[in-house]
Design a protein around this ligand. Sequence first.
Ligand SMILES: O=C(O)c1cc(=O)[nH]c(=O)n1[C@@H]1O[C@H](COP(=O)(O)O)[C@@H](O)[C@H]1O
Length: 237
Amino acid sequence: MNAGPDARDRLIVALDTPTVAEAEALVARLGDAVTFYKIGMEVVYGGGLALAEHLVGAGKKVFLDLKLHDIPNTVERATAQVARLGVTLLTVHGYPQTMKAAVRGRGESALKLLAVTVMTSCDDADLAEAGYAAGVRDTVRRRALQAREAGIDGLILSAEEAGAMRALLGAGMLLVTPGIRPAGSAVGDQKRVMTPAEAIRAGADHLVVGRPVTAAADPRAAAEAIVAEIADAVVSV
Ligand SMILES: O=C(O)c1cc(=O)[nH]c(=O)n1[C@@H]1O[C@H](COP(=O)(O)O)[C@@H](O)[C@H]1O
């Protein structure tokens, strides 16, 4: 994508910390280097849902990563609750029933919904082990089309699939890519990874980055380096 959010807004830092206090300390340390945060299950189950609202109040954008998946009634009503928090993004799993229920639940609110296609920690062998007949590429494609059909705003996918999905879906869908690893950083449990520059060139709108920032000796410097890499890549797209 050529025109789009400022390079800083394209980085989403995943605040995965054991305590809410550690998440707050990271936010203070990152300061104005980071404008967009992801709050996920670790912090929420550690009592940190209110942090999402505090960050919104402080002018940050928040992606609430709850990966909803349940019977339609529960998903619809849970999504309606999240829509009242003022966060920007919410994840649901990319099952047609779940996606349609979430779209009903967000109603007329400004909440944007992202469908998780295939987790970036999975490869074809993991999908086969879980009982899926199709591999990563075909499953992402199928769920992407179903997400668009359901009225979902964007996809969580790896940057490896971003180019093909941008070509398939055009500019209308937000493409949000975790599994981002700056050159030389530890891959950990991720399997489908790309560097920030590669992800932007592949068509990602936002990059979700956790440990390469949060576990860095200097998280602010790590975030600034990623923003600089994004900015350079945007110019070259
Ligand atoms: O929904 C997500 O954000 C997500 C989906 C996915 O397929 N892979 C994935 O890594 N994530 C999240 O993105 C973040 C990646 O963190 P790091 O691997 O530490 O950069 C974590 O908070 C994951 O929960």
